[in-house]
Design a protein around this ligand. Structure first.
Ligand code: HEC
Ligand code: HEC
Ligand code: HEC
Ligand code: HEC
Ligand code: HEC
Length: 368
């Protein structure tokens, strides 16, 4: 049965584990087992989107609508034991017509953990890491440079697959965007920005060492209210300033802080700048101005990218907005969006957090 996966590309292949008993000295594959000795890391991971990669309401909404769900699982629930069923083959090679069997080793509680600790840290029958332990770990440790280099992240964040005759594709290009930008050359990896350093013991005891937070905060939009890393876990990618220059308001936007395109990842995400003008009595004057930064796709067969005006790392973009007559104040707001109201409605996602405000500037305009 598992032989099927050997015929498939890496993005479709889940991680096979030797048994449900997990790693020697730990006894299970679950994050709950790691928690006993790494509670601070557990709490951070639990607030992260990685721990919600299965329970994500949007993923659940999308899975209901397609027979291609097995294609999604190698990144969202990477261990094979997290899958309730698995394909043995495909009817006519069609990825939407898998021949499935029940997985006798399926662990439902582990599936809830999404991208769990062992999805990243299991290396055969040992625990892989950056090489911090000093012989005190109760479990076997394997030092692997992929943890620091960002290479581990790329196994899911740099992946693409084209499915001929289908209206969906798999495009995660964050790794390439980073490689082509300045940060890779300067030695700054995904880990440097998304896992900020902190001094603390690796386990429950032992001397404090420089280790890393397990937060991976992105654009700042939670999946579930109250379960998201704090603001200090990352900064917004966008840089924004504004000043009046004669009859125009001059806006300077930049990808100040993201090591890849802004926004990156899911093609539906976008950033929006809204400008409104008011007069001395606070009433709105002129028409509001809006600028959208993102991609637009047409989900035809095959899918087509219609436009893409995302900001490359450190790219600066200047916009000029005419100031309407009578305006005495400009209000500029930037926000980050995950999904449009229409698409959220289509997936039945009422109350799903869809956006977050990131910047708010007020500019006083001198009277004419
Ligand atoms: C998405 C992948 C990923 C997941 C999931 C993950 N880790 Fe890590 N972990 C890393 C990376 C990358 C490093 C290396 C950080 C560094 O360079 O110091 C690391 C480092 C560590 C370290 C070494 C100390 C430190 O913080 O650097 C420990 C211990 C650890 N992880 C435990 C865990 C536990 C326990 C969980 C689950 C609660 C977990 N990890 C989940 C990627 C992951
Ligand atoms: C019984 C306690 C205990 C349990 C359970 C445990 N660990 Fe550890 N682990 C430790 C200790 C202690 C160290 C640090 C040892 C040292 O400083 O020499 C460590 C070190 C590590 C490291 C650092 C490796 C390196 O050198 O970079 C990683 C990664 C790690 N653990 C991950 C995990 C994961 C994932 C789990 C769950 C599958 C887990 N641990 C379960 C106690 C435990
Ligand atoms: C096993 C696959 C996998 C690995 C390895 C992995 N990620 Fe992810 N990552 C995902 C998935 C899947 C999501 C989105 C889950 C969702 O939204 O349902 C995600 C989401 C994220 C987010 C967005 C969080 C947000 O706020 O929306 C960031 C940032 C991120 N990952 C960074 C990293 C970094 C840095 C590494 C390497 C240390 C890494 N990831 C390793 C699969 C992975
Ligand atoms: C120089 C710092 C930096 C580096 C390097 C970096 N990132 Fe980011 N990343 C950010 C910032 C800042 C954001 C928040 C962007 C925003 O405001 O939308 C972000 C956002 C993300 C998101 C979330 C997208 C979203 O819309 O929520 C993902 C996923 C991500 N990064 C993955 C990665 C991966 C994978 C790498 C390595 C290939 C990486 N990042 C390298 C700073 C960085
Ligand atoms: C190659 C690994 C991979 C595969 C396969 C994959 N995903 Fe993801 N998925 C990711 C990563 C990485 C992210 C985070 C991207 C980001 O937000 O930057 C993500 C994010 C998501 C999100 C959250 C989007 C958002 O804006 O918050 C949903 C929903 C999702 N994936 C659904 C699916 C579905 C449905 C499938 C199968 C058709 C699938 N994924 C297959 C890696 C994968």
């Amino acid at each position: 049965m598992e032989a099927f996966f050997d015929t498939r590309p890496r993005v479709e292949r889940p991680i096979r584990t030797t048994g449900l008993d997990g790693v020697q000295g730990v006894g299970a594959l679950s994050a709950e087992a790691c928690r006993a000795c790494h509670p601070a890391i557990y709490d951070e991971w639990r607030s992260s989107i990685h721990s919600q990669a299965w329970i994500d309401p949007q993923l659940q909404g999308e899975l209901e609508k397609s027979d291609n769900r097995w294609l999604c699982l190698s990144c969202h629930t990477p261990l094979l034991v997290q899958h309730d069923r698995w394909p043995r083959g495909l009817v006519d090679g069609d990825v939407e017509r898998p021949i499935v069997s029940a997985n006798p080793r399926f662990d439902p509680a582990l599936r809830e953990e999404g991208i769990t600790c062992t999805a990243c840290h299991l290396l055969g029958d040992r625990i892989g890491g950056p090489g911090i332990a000093q012989g005190q770990a109760p479990h076997p440790v394997a030092v692997d440079p992929r943890f620091r280099s960002g290479e581990l992240c790329l196994s899911c964040h740099q992946a693409s697959a084209i499915y001929e005759g289908k209206s969906f594709i798999c495009v995660f290009d964050t790794g390439r965007e980073w490689r082509e930008g300045p940060y890779d050359d300067e030695g700054q990896t995904c880990v440097d920005c998304h896992m900020p350093p902190i001094e603390r013991p690796v386990g429950l005891t032992g001397p404090p060492r420089q280790v890393r937070r397990h937060w991976w905060r992105g654009a700042g939009i939670p999946k579930i209210e109250g379960r998201y890393p704090p603001a200090e876990a990352n900064v917004p990618g966008l840089g924004l300033s504004a000043e009046a220059q004669g009859a125009a308001l001059s806006l300077t936007l930049s990808n100040a802080n993201a090591g890849h395109l802004l926004p990156t990842g899911d093609p539906e995400r976008w950033i929006q700048i809204d400008v409104t003008f008011t007069d001395a009595s606070g009433g709105t004057v002129g028409s509001p101005f809006q600028h959208r930064i993102g991609q637009i796709w047409e989900w035809s067969t095959p899918p087509r990218k219609r436009s893409d005006n995302r900001l490359a790392p450190r790219e600066v973009r200047r916009l000029s907005v005419a100031i309407p007559a009578g305006a005495s104040q400009a209000s500029i707001e930037a926000s980050s969006h995950r999904i449009s109201e229409d698409n959220a409605g289509y997936h039945g996602l009422d109350g799903y957090p869809r956006s977050v405000g990131t910047h708010h500037l007020e500019v006083a305009l001198s009277p004419p």
